[in-house]
Design a protein. Structure first.
Length: 276
């Protein structure tokens, strides 16, 4: 059970009925976190969003779909997954979040040089061969760019919505537009934009610009903070390490806004009682 933040009030999560209908797994929402380029802190946002959602009492999973650079195990502080049970991979668990990564399945020094079909199969197995259990939210950390992984994920699983992460600079905003365009082509609703590493060094305002151009909502602005990156290196996300910090509070607010956006795009759907 996730450790609940006493400042958060658990709510009935929105419900995307397409997921269980297609995948046969009891997952209510899938949130894809993307960026047009690498180095913008997408994985940091994914990890802290997942932990923030878990701190509301929700059942949360985190899928590291960044096949070529699977860093989630480092950021969650776990270097191996539990033993396989009845032919199924069992997610690791830390900070109230269940998570799976290709980083558990390959030696850390091994480079992946995979073509599209192999990548597609790997992503499919991270859904079909993993015993996720019931989840209110599955956060998917996508690789940067707009390539095969994004296409494969959209083909394999109904994505309830996508989140775009950008840095303040215009060059990052330009790439964020491409990431958003990929979501639109794949018919994935854009939940909003997050500006990361905002402040004196990289400037500010890029997230607002991107959101305005995309007709989307700026869901949060995360300031450049050395503690955020240091906590990730130590395997304790800032939301868990320093929940009272400004960065942690920003991620907590982001989690609530993401849920509100999910509710909006799903039309407020709630789970229906099934009689078996």
């Amino acid at each position: 059970m996730a450790a609940q933040n006493t400042n958060d009030q658990p709510q009935t999560p929105p419900f995307d009925p397409r997921i269980e209908a297609k995948l046969g797994v009891p997952i209510k929402n899938i949130i894809a976190v993307a960026s047009g380029k690498g180095g913008v802190g997408k994985s940091t946002v994914s990890v802290n969003l997942a932990v923030s959602l878990a701190r509301t009492g929700a059942q949360v999973g985190l899928l590291d779909a960044d096949i070529y650079g699977p860093n989630i195990p480092i950021m969650m502080g776990v270097d191996e997954m539990p033993p396989v049970e009845e032919g199924k991979l069992i997610p690791a668990e830390a900070h109230g979040v269940r998570f799976m990564s290709m980083g558990f399945l390959l030696p850390p020094e091994q480079a992946l040089i995979w073509r599209g079909p192999m990548l597609h199969k790997a992503i499919q197995q991270l859904f079909s061969d993993v015993r996720w259990g019931e989840l209110d939210y599955l956060v998917v950390d996508l690789p940067p760019g707009t390539g095969d992984a994004q296409l494969s994920l959209a083909q394999i699983a109904p994505l309830t919505g996508g989140l775009i992460v950008t840095m303040p600079q215009m060059v990052s905003v330009a790439d964020a537009r491409r990431g958003a365009a990929a979501f639109e082509q794949l018919e994935v609703p854009i939940l909003g934009v997050v500006e990361n590493m905002s402040g004196e060094i990289f400037g500010s305002g890029g997230g607002e610009t991107a959101a305005s151009e995309l007709g989307a909502t700026l869901l949060g602005t995360v300031g450049l903070d050395a503690d955020v990156s240091a906590s990730g290196d130590l395997g304790v996300p800032i939301v868990a390490a320093r929940p009272e910090s400004d960065a942690a509070r920003t991620f907590s607010v982001l989690a609530h806004k993401v849920v509100a956006q999910l509710r909006a795009v799903s039309g407020g759907n709630q789970p229906q009682l099934r009689i078996v």
